[in-house]
Ligand binder design. Structure first.
Ligand code: DC
Length: 221
């Protein structure tokens, strides 16, 4: 028997941060689906495959090994045995991942990995289609949202800390473009599951978001 918490929502809603924190507090295994899509995108870059070479990307899937782990109390993702947790956040990966994640064979392969990783465990998982498609029978489903302006503000501040030069307007434009791509994807589109609890995190601190999610899980559990 496993217990599954599915958290979906758009880019910049705080899913990654909140999920990592909640997983630690409740002792749940954290499977980051976005990170897995990023790892596949990184492998295409490593192999020098262009984003439009769909067949070559599909061929890669048989050889690729993606694993999740923990190091110094931090969630880690391994690509073919190498820790790529930091690398997958870089710009080249961010620019290719959306297209890679639109390939249905990539989605089938990763969904398979996610389901195997979750088998028999207590899991929290964040993404775009976890409550709707990957785990439609999840015990708890949450849709974490915030206005595009709030999400752009958060991303703008994170970029500043990391020394990434982008204006607020550019970041906002990027967020709106990703929302559109994510929602219009043919399969695995971002959507709120009918039975998901909607949380609007606009104006909330990270701790407030964490508390809200813990409240929802506590009420259902
Ligand atoms: O959450 P993130 O920014 O790390 O996600 C990276 C990309 O992967 C993003 O373009 C959306 C896509 N993705 C997806 O299609 N389905 C998921 N379950 C998770 C992420």
């Amino acid at each position: 028997m496993s217990f599954i918490v599915a958290i979906d929502g758009p880019a910049g809603a705080g899913k990654g941060t909140v999920t990592e924190e909640v997983s630690k507090r409740l002792g749940l295994v954290n499977i980051g689906s976005g990170s897995a899509y990023r790892a596949v995108a990184l492998e295409t870059i490593n192999k020098g495959i262009a984003i439009n070479e769909t067949e070559k990307i599909i061929d890669l899937l048989d050889k690729i090994k993606i694993e999740f782990g923990m190091k110094n109390n931090k969630d880690i993702i391994y690509l073919n045995g190498e820790d790529v947790t930091e690398r997958i956040r870089e710009k080249d990966v961010s620019q290719t991942v959306s297209q890679v994640s639109s390939i249905k064979e990539v989605r089938f392969k990763l969904n398979d990995i996610f389901r195997k990783c979750a088998d028999g465990k207590n899991v929290i998982m964040e993404g775009r289609d976890i409550g709707t498609y990957v785990f439609p029978n999840a015990d708890v489903k949450i849709y974490l949202d915030a206005t595009p302006e709030e999400r752009a503000n958060r991303r703008f501040r994170q970029n500043k800390e990391k020394g990434i030069e982008m204006t607020y307007e550019e970041v906002l434009e990027n967020i709106k473009m990703r929302d559109k791509n994510d929602m219009e994807k043919e399969i695995g589109a971002l959507a709120k599951a009918e039975d998901a609890i909607y949380i609007d995190s606009t104006g909330m601190s990270v701790e407030e978001e964490v508390q809200k999610v813990l409240d929802v899980i506590g009420k259902i559990n």
